[in-house]
Design a protein around this ligand. Structure first.
Ligand code: NAD
Length: 490
């Protein structure tokens, strides 16, 4: 990795050049990145209560700096993602670098509108009065990121936190060490260290951070650790956003365009070698079209990746431990295509399984890798019944042209998101909330939803003092007043 992409100029110079940031010069120099993390929450909360992070200009400059951090160091990000996950350049841009720049630019453009108070109508009993909700920063926030999209899932929440006027500690995943190190190096060079810090590390470092009192913890990762986060947060009554995972199913109805469905499912599944929280985990397909679907999946895989081992567009498994875990899942069915692996290269072939045992681990735990079980089902009733026996997933994908089937699946199942004739792509729709329900998580983000996730919406009711209609409510009560109150209070 070369240093040539690191800007020669200190980003803090840009920050202090405009707007009301008189005290913000010499930003990076004021913080020692090796210092103890004790007291970080207190220190960062003070940055928020002092008013530093509140002005729109400050938030916009921080977002601009974040965009520059991505665009001025493209080859460093690409290299880190290739080291951690073997991500191709195109995939690195599609789902990480360009994706995050797009999110930051969109948030930056719309921020002024989101920051405005929102007027609300007021019922008769309280008139005359003005009601509004005012978004305000929560304070010191902690973002804990996972390894599978280590840029997007670290910086995406950071964008929301900055936009809403918070201070943030970002804890990248130690499982993607190259990207974690790059974040730790570039974030302090571009962003104001008085309000944004990166703390690297694994379980001990995260545990230490969790002992502090945060104003919001935003965690992305598995549900088991999600419970650890929620328990730690409960001690301080800290709110949490938990972006978790689980088994996101696909249902292919007989009315579907089978070849088109196969192409979209294959793309969504093999992306990042299946290490995507919203990857299609397994397929249930109407029995009469099951063979056709498997054949089309095989063809789509060959068209998209050819010999996957030599394809520059196919990612690698993050480490040997995960590769071994995935190998263990293969015994849950019959391998139709794929199944070969190479531990030295962390390669795991795109693999389709049929004759799958419902009780096998491959159907019990989230696969999170390139294994795609295909199970026949008897129509939409059978599919909906199968959903009721399982946890609510992060995403559900339905492939069907029959509108009644679409209507029924939408109404009779629950999931974080529903993709109709599409897989994974809903996560790029900035106007849609991204998040789970039940076991797949709580809270959501992306676009305006990120701003809201990191804000408190304060209710403001404002009355004039010239007319005191509230007097009706003051004792002593009379029968007449009682009648009036009964009529208008409802
Ligand atoms: P991971 O191992 O990187 O862990 C996530 C974060 O939790 C890391 O920063 C890690 O340091 C921290 N952590 C791990 N153990 C901890 C502990 N005991 N105490 C405190 N912190 C701890 O990532 P992972 O959990 O393997 O990620 C994969 C899971 O995340 C899958 O279930 C996937 O579906 C889910 N996921 C969800 C989303 C989403 O947006 N909903 C996105 C990506 C991944």
């Amino acid at each position: 990795m070369s240093d040539t992409d690191v800007p020669a100029t200190d980003a803090s110079a840009d920050l202090s050049a405009s707007a009301d940031l008189s005290a913000s010069t010499d930003l990076a120099a004021t913080v020692d990145p090796t210092a103890s993390t004790d007291g970080l929450a207190v220190e960062l909360r003070a940055a928020v209560t002092s008013g530093l992070t509140r002005p729109r200009a400050y938030r916009e400059q921080q977002l601009d700096a974040l965009i520059r951090m991505l665009l001025q160091n493209v080859s460093l990000w690409e290299t880190a993602l290739a080291q951690d996950l073997g991500k191709s350049q195109i995939e690195a841009h599609m789902s990480e670098i360009a994706f995050t720049v797009g999110e930051a630019r969109s948030v930056r453009r719309k921020l002024w509108r989101w920051m405005l108070p929102t007027p609300v109508p007021m019922q008769l009993a309280l008139q005359p009065a003005i009601g509004r909700t005012v978004p305000e920063p929560l304070g010191a926030t902690l973002v804990i990121a996972p390894w599978n999209y280590p840029v997007q899932l670290a910086l995406g929440p950071l964008i929301g936190a900055i936009a809403a006027g918070n201070a943030v500690v970002l804890k990248p995943s130690e499982v993607a060490p190259a990207t974690s190190a790059l974040l730790a190096r570039l974030v302090p060079a571009y962003l104001d260290a008085r309000s944004v810090r990166v703390v690297e590390g694994g379980v001990p470092e995260t545990t230490a951070l969790l002992e502090q009192r945060w104003d919001l913890i935003f965690y992305t990762g598995n549900g088991q650790v999600g419970r650890v986060i929620a328990a730690a947060a409960a001690k301080h009554l800290t709110p949490t956003v938990l972006e978790l995972g689980g088994k996101s199913p696909v249902y292919v109805h007989r009315s579907a365009d089978i070849a088109g469905a196969a192409r979209r499912i294959a793309w969504g599944k093999w992306l990042n070698a299946g290490q995507t929280c919203v990857a299609p985990d397994y397929i249930r397909v109407d029995r009469e079209v099951a063979d056709e679907l498997v054949e089309q999946l095989r063809q789509a895989t060959a068209e998209q990746l050819g010999d996957a081992r030599s394809s520059p567009d196919y990612s690698r498994i993050v480490n040997g431990k995960h590769l071994e875990r995935l190998r263990g899942l293969l015994s849950g069915g019959t391998v139709v295509t794929g199944g070969d692996t190479d531990a030295d290269e962390r390669y795991f072939a795109p693999t389709i399984l049929t004759e799958v045992d419902e009780d096998a681990p491959v159907m019990q735990e989230e696969i999170f890798g390139p294994i795609l079980p295909v199970l026949p089902v008897d129509g939409v009733d059978g599919f909906i019944a199968s959903m009721r026996e399982r946890d609510k997933p992060l995403a559900l994908y339905l492939f069907a042209r029959d509108r009644e089937v679409v209507r029924r699946v939408e109404r009779e199942t629950s999931s974080g998101a529903l993709g109709v004739n599409v897989a994974v792509a809903h996560s790029a729709a900035r106007s849609l909330p991204f998040g789970g329900v039940g076991e797949s998580g709580m809270g959501s983000y992306h676009g305006h939803h990120s701003f809201e996730a990191f804000s408190h919406r304060k209710a403001v009711l404002s009355k004039s003092t010239t007319i005191d209609t509230l007097r009706l409510l003051y004792p002593p009560f009379s029968q007449l007043r009682g009648e009036i109150v009964k009529r208008i209070a409802g």
